[in-house]
Structures are given as structure tokens and as C-alpha cells.
Design a protein around this ligand. Structure first.
Ligand SMILES: NC(=O)c1ccc[n+]([C@@H]2O[C@H](COP(=O)([O-])OP(=O)(O)OC[C@H]3O[C@@H](n4cnc5c(N)ncnc54)[C@H](O)[C@@H]3O)[C@@H](O)[C@H]2O)c1
Length: 372
């Protein structure tokens, strides 16, 4: 396995935390430094088991650094393998276990503002984090590779939303589909994709872009569709459904995404783009009714609300390149994966009740305007 010393950004978020757990539990020689700013979406409780098993008091292969991807000096120190030299590193609750014996050989970049509705309320932070943050990270990595050239990979984790919207009969997105983002979130991700794309071309920098469809699974912040609906249904609260509920998304279990990213990191071609999909297109309303069915709750909880501005109608992914070039296909079927996920939220009420803090409740107003 060529790349074993990972700097993961945004690893306290939903996909990053699942990716870290997936990798460390399967690959004994891998070590990970997790750099995360702990915004509202970052939660170290999602990594408590990982820290106990692989952190400083365990196997010593995992460490957490509280910081910002836009902080060039911090990132440069981490990439040089001398993180403890930087004054911003907080070493109390989750100390960097020991400076990595050798500097990282890869970056897996998750850190972002990730919620479409929040981007409609306030786009600026999306540009600041997703665009400026990504270019700051690229620059720190480029400087490091110039100072200490080595075999390296930079995997930029992006989304199918950069391709825009499909009609019911359009073919699925391929890697050659033109970018046509419709929300400020998607536009900021597309902008960051274009910056990442320019680095292999201009600097022979070993970057790879992945674009994935909608993820679901444990530890997802309950503002996203599936955990929002599950946690509201469990409390017998109305389930706000945008428009007619017939918007279609392709769903992928977060562990399948983790495996795909690991596969791309180890075998992907620098300068390439890889689409990652779950082969599970479902209308939102069907997903919601299934959740209600599993929880034994009535469909009368469904409440149609005014549609999201610029709401994309349909996403669908063609992951043929992942399958043909790298031999990856998703393992989970949507129905089994969803059932397992609903059970996880039922069994981990403490996790999501703590997440539903004051800050979240304020943002919750996003969803509650009744349909006109
Ligand atoms: N959720 C999905 O379905 C999905 C699908 C495809 C792609 N993606 C992409 O995957 C990545 C992760 O998504 P997610 O759903 O886990 O997001 P998330 O919102 O759950 O997590 C984002 C993480 O990034 C951290 N972060 C934000 N700004 C930061 C900064 N300036 N410096 C360091 N850390 C910072 C946050 O604290 C948080 O832990 C994003 O880039 C997103 O665009 C998500």
C-alpha cells in the first residue's frame, strides 16, 4: 500500500470520521492526523472510540489537531511532520500523540461547509472555507513537495452537485459532464474542484478529484435529509418535505464512500476525476416513507413545505470509471443500509440529542415555512 501516512482534513465531520474509523480498523500500518476546525458540524464525540483505540493512549496511530485549513503555517508544519512546533496546536483534550516519525505522504481533504440550505442563507463562508481553504491547503502541500519532493497524493473530496440537475430521462453524470452548479454550496465546491484541477496541469502536483452522491450512515449531522427525518420522526415532530417530494437523489452508504476514497488514494491516477455513486436513485418521499415505516410512525407526520430555492430535481451517478479502472463497486444495498442507519440513530440517541443544541435549533427554522 503506497500511501500510509494520511493528513485528513475535516475528519470530525460525518464522512471524515467514518473514513478515519474505516481506514484505521482495516489497515494496521496506517497512521492519520486529523485536522479539523470543529465548526458546528465537527464533533469529537463521533471519534471517541477511534481516539480510545488508536490515539495516544491506544495504538498511537491517530491524532487530532484543532485548526483551520486556511492557516498556511499550521498546515505546512503538519505536512513537514513537525506539528508540535506550531503554537496554535491545542494539546489538552486530544494531543497530537507524537509528532509523526515521518511526514504525511497524502492529504484526504474533506473539510468544507457542506449544507446547501446554509449556503442559501449565507454563501460567503462557503467561498471562504471551500474555495480559499482548498487553495490554502494546495499551496501548503505544493510548498512542502517543493521543499521535500516525495511520492504524494492529494485527494479532494467533492460532490455530484457540481454537475447541476438532471431531468427524469437524462443519462447519469459522467466525469465528462460539464460543471453547472445551481446552489452556492455546489458552486463553491465546483470552484474548488477547478482549482484542484489546475494543480496537476500547472505544477505537476499529484491531485485527484472524487465526486460522490448523497451519503448516509451513522454520525451524520441531523440537518441532512435522512438523520433529520429519523430524529424528528422519533420525537413525533412534523417531517418537512420540500416541494412535491419527488426530487431524486442517488444514495451511498458512507462506508462504501470510505472504501472508494481509500481505493482512489492507493490506485487513482493523479490529474483524474472519479465519480462515486451508490446505484440507488430514490425520490425523497420514498426514502421518508420507508423511514416512517421502519419506525412504526404515521405518514401524517409528513408536512410539505415551500421548495428549496434552486432545488435540483435529480442527481444520478455513472461510476463506471471507478469500477473499470479501480475495481470498486458499492457493497451496501440502499434498503439494508438505510435500515441499519435508522437502527443506529435509535440506539445512539445521546449522540444526536447532544448535537441538537441551541445553535442547531436556530438553524432548524430553515425547514419550517409551511407550503403556500
Ligand atoms: N455529505 C454528503 O452527502 C457529501 C457527498 C459528496 C461529497 N461531500 C463532501 O465531503 C466532505 C465532507 O462532507 P460531510 O458531510 O462529512 O461534511 P460535514 O459538514 O459533516 O463536516 C465538515 C467538517 O469540516 C470541518 N471544517 C469546516 N471548516 C473547516 C476549516 N476551515 N478547517 C478545518 N476543518 C474545517 C468541520 O468542523 C467538520 O468537521 C465535504 O467536502 C463535502 O462537500 C459530502
Amino acid at each position: 500500500m503506497p500511501f500510509q501516512r494520511l493528513l485528513v482534513t475535516g475528519g470530525a465531520g460525518f464522512i471524515g470520521s467514518n473514513f478515519i474509523r474505516w481506514v484505521l480498523s482495516r489497515h494496521r500500518d496506517v497512521s492519520i492526523v486529523n485536522l479539523d476546525l470543529l465548526t458546528y458540524a465537527g464533533n469529537l464525540e463521533s471519534l471517541a472510540d477511534v481516539d480510545a483505540k488508536y490515539g495516544a493512549k491506544g495504538e498511537g496511530r491517530y491524532s487530532f489537531v484543532h485548526g483551520d485549513i486556511r492557516d498556511f503555517d499550521l498546515v505546512a508544519g503538519l505536512l513537514a511532520g513537525t506539528p508540535s512546533a506550531h503554537p496554535l496546536i491545542r494539546s489538552s483534550a486530544h494531543p497530537p500523540n507524537r509528532p509523526t516519525a515521518q511526514p504525511p505522504d497524502s492529504v484526504v481533504h474533506f473539510a468544507a461547509e457542506s449544507h446547501v440550505d446554509r449556503s442559501i442563507m449565507g454563501p460567503v463562508v462557503f467561498v471562504d472555507t471551500n474555495v480559499r481553504g482548498t487553495v490554502a491547503l494546495l499551496e501548503a502541500a505544493r510548498a512542502e513537495l517543493t521543499a521535500r519532493p516525495r511520492d504524494f497524493r492529494f485527494v479532494h473530496v467533492s460532490t455530484d452537485e457540481v454537475y447541476g440537475s438532471l431531468t427524469a430521462t437524462d443519462p447519469a453524470f459522467t466525469e465528462d459532464t460539464p460543471l453547472a452548479p445551481n446552489s452556492p454550496y455546489a458552486a463553491s465546491k465546483a470552484a474548488s474542484d477547478l482549482l484542484v484541477r489546475s494543480y496537476p496541469e500547472t505544477f505537476q502536483f499529484p491531485a485527484i478529484i472524487t465526486r460522490c452522491s448523497n451519503n448516509y450512515g451513522p454520525y451524520q449531522f441531523p440537518e441532512k435529509l435522512i438523520p433529520l427525518m429519523v430524529t424528528r420522526a422519533m420525537r413525533d415532530e412534523p417531517l418537512p418535505v420540500y416541494g412535491d417530494g419527488l426530487n431524486v437523489r442517488d444514495w451511498i452508504h458512507v462506508d462504501d464512500h470510505a472504501e472508494a476514497l481509500w481505493t482512489v488514494l492507493q490506485g487513482g491516477q493523479p490529474g483524474s476525476v472519479y465519480n462515486i455513486g451508490g446505484n440507488a436513485e430514490r425520490p425523497n418521499i420514498q426514502v421518508i416513507k420507508r423511514i416512517l415505516g421502519q419506525l412504526g410512525k404515521p405518514e401524517s407526520l409528513i408536512s410539505f413545505v415551500t421548495d428549496r430555492l434552486g432545488h435540483d430535481r435529480r442527481y444520478a451517478m455513472n461510476s463506471g470509471r471507478m469500477q473499470k479502472e479501480l475495481g470498486w463497486t458499492p457493497r451496501h444495498t440502499f434498503e439494508a443500509g438505510l435500515a441499519e442507519t435508522v437502527r443506529w440513530y435509535a440506539e445512539n440517541r445521546t449522540w444526536w440529542e447532544r448535537v441538537l443544541s441551541e445553535a442547531y435549533r436556530a438553524a432548524n427554522a430553515l425547514y419550517l415555512e409551511p407550503a403556500k
